[in-house]
Design a protein around this ligand. Sequence first.
Ligand SMILES: N[C@@H](CCC(=O)N[C@@H](CS)C(=O)NCC(=O)O)C(=O)O
Length: 216
Amino acid sequence: MTIQLYGFWRSNAAFRVRVALALKKLPFEEIEIDILSGHQFDAAYAEVNAERVVPTLVHDGHRVFQSLAIMEYLDDIHPEPRLMPVDAREKAYARSLALVAVADAHPLIVPRVRKHLGQALGADASAIEAWCRHWTTEGLATYERLLMRRPPAPFALGETPGIADICIAGQIVLAEFNKIDLSAFPAVAALGTRCFDLPEFAQAHPSQQAGYSNAH
Ligand SMILES: N[C@@H](CCC(=O)N[C@@H](CS)C(=O)NCC(=O)O)C(=O)O
């Protein structure tokens, strides 16, 4: 089996997929698409991913995009360790937790949204920064309320890390980039510590990727 991942060090969605691949111990080659320089719009990559975003996973020549779909695909082709529970209610809860970041919090702060705020609405750099901090904080607050209702034991769905933990860890990475103090979100912070103590999470962190810069 050969796996390639079109990603980028700064991409939160690519981070999710890197963790999933690492938890499943699946080797892969990462191909960098610099989304901060606009290379997602290059003709060659636009052909790979019609949405013009990263990540895209290529498995034996078959392309899959959208990080949640990719993680579920990996669970289907390589079931152990499972990232998604089998039980219907647990699976729905895991997917719900994942979607708080994937569908609700993260899409509001991606490069194309930040760019549009500046170009269409005249927002300056500090207004865009405040926007990103606001929506990232909202995501963290939602996760905190959810984890208070059902405390991790020790991970969000139980004994082993899965898609929910991956997405919550990604939200913590966004908090770091947006300089948000996690002390107001102790349950999220504790789960994050548990995740990033694992090499699979730690090595997928943007700071461990080629090209990392803390200037962004
Ligand atoms: N919901 C998608 C998010 C895809 C996405 O927006 N990726 C960002 C990087 S994390 C991107 O490529 N942005 C390019 C842009 O906004 O122009 C997923 O989870 O895969």
